[in-house]
Design a binder for this molecule. Structure first.
Ligand SMILES: N[C@@H](CCC(=O)N[C@@H](CS)C(=O)NCC(=O)O)C(=O)O
Length: 210
């Protein structure tokens, strides 16, 4: 069965980038629809009807909208298994999902725009707050990931890297030094060479302000 896919996303959103990167790796065609977070388009009635959380990304599959980037990537993995973003071994898959969730559940939500805005109106305070949670998440990721492999788990790219690299992009925006985390920094340097990383990068997206 073929699927008509529409991705609602924002160029700078790290959660959106995870899905864009998965689509790029799997070479899946989709229509790209920009949702401007700065103009609060994610809170419009039209968008909320698609994704009640008011967050991007949202993937419309044959007219049916779905939110949550990891759920979307798991669907893509089931529907388009190659190249795979998860190892075959069950315990190895558990490890990759653990890493992915350290970022997607334990780091990114604590530093996202909505959390920052609620925390303080002061931009400097917001920056410190974001740095705190990114450093806490990265310390945990660094200790949990492989100390030797090219990517977060093994020598092929996985769901874990799809979460880590967009979070590194946020980290750099907020002045967190990646060099403090040698394992993360090694994987970062390997990933930025990949064509799929470069094609899905925020700067290449519609509406990007570079
Ligand atoms: N758990 C969600 C998180 C999505 C999320 O936090 N999206 C952010 C951008 S990365 C967003 O839409 N923020 C809009 C806002 O804060 O109003 C996912 O993985 O899809």
């Amino acid at each position: 069965m073929t699927h008509e896919l529409k991705l609602y996303h924002y160029w700078r959103s790290s959660s959106s980038w995870r899905v864009r990167w998965a689509l790029e790796i799997k070479k899946i065609k989709y229509e790209s629809i920009a949702v401007n977070l700065l103009k609060k388009e994610q809170q419009s009635a039209e968008y909320i009807a698609k994704n009640a959380s008011g967050f991007v990304p949202c993937l419309e599959i044959n007219g049916q909208p779905f939110g949550e980037s990891l759920a979307i990537i798991e669907w893509l993995e089931e529907q388009y298994p190659e190249p795979s973003l998860l190892p075959k071994d069950r315990h190895e898959r558990l490890k990759v999902r653990q890493l992915a969730l350290i970022i997607a559940a334990g780091t990114q939500p604590l530093q996202n725009l909505a959390a920052q805005v609620y925390y303080s109106p002061d931009k400097e305070k917001r920056k410190e707050y974001a740095q705190h949670w990114i450093n806490a998440g990265f310390a945990s990721y660094e200790a949990t990931m492989s100390a030797t492999s090219n990517y977060s788990f093994g020598n092929t790219i996985t769901l874990a890297d799809l979460c880590l690299l967009p979070q590194c992009y946020n980290a750099l925006r907020f002045g967190v030094e990646l060099e403090k985390y040698p394992n993360i920094f090694r994987v970062y340097n390997n990933c930025i060479e990949l064509e799929s990383y470069q094609n899905s990068h925020p700067d290449k997206q519609p509406g990007a302000v570079v």
